[in-house]
Design a protein around this ligand. Structure first.
Ligand SMILES: C[C@H](O)[C@H](O)[C@H]1CNC2=NC(N)=NC(=O)C2=N1
Length: 95
């Protein structure tokens, strides 16, 4: 299992993830899509990617606005798995 990142490591990771912010034991990004179906389509793409890597974000869906919350539940905090998932979500959100 991936090790917890310390504060400096989280800060360094977020420097490469400008759309993301730290909220306690998680990193968080909000994405606004043009339509509700567009938002659900992105959720589906993220779900496929999360399943493939067996690491899943918490997802809040409010009309066209999605909030992704990445934390490693088994470790109770932020690990490289969350950073890599955030990078993947950014790629999928850009398509
Ligand atoms: C058994 C399975 O590998 C674990 O439950 C996985 C599934 N997806 C997960 N996703 C996240 N975000 N954190 C976890 O600790 C986690 N654990």
């Amino acid at each position: 299992m991936a090790e917890l990142l310390n504060d400096a490591e989280v800060t360094a990771a977020l420097a490469g993830l400008p759309e993301w912010r730290r909220e306690g034991d998680a990193i968080v990004r909000t994405v606004k899509l043009p339509t509700f179906p567009d938002a659900i389509a992105l959720v589906d793409r993220v779900a496929q990617a999360a399943e493939a890597r067996n690491h899943h974000p918490d997802i809040d869906i409010r009309w066209r606005t999605l909030t992704f919350v990445c934390s490693t539940h088994a470790m109770g905090g932020i690990t490289e798995l969350d950073v890599h998932l955030a990078q993947e979500i950014d790629r999928l959100a850009a398509t």
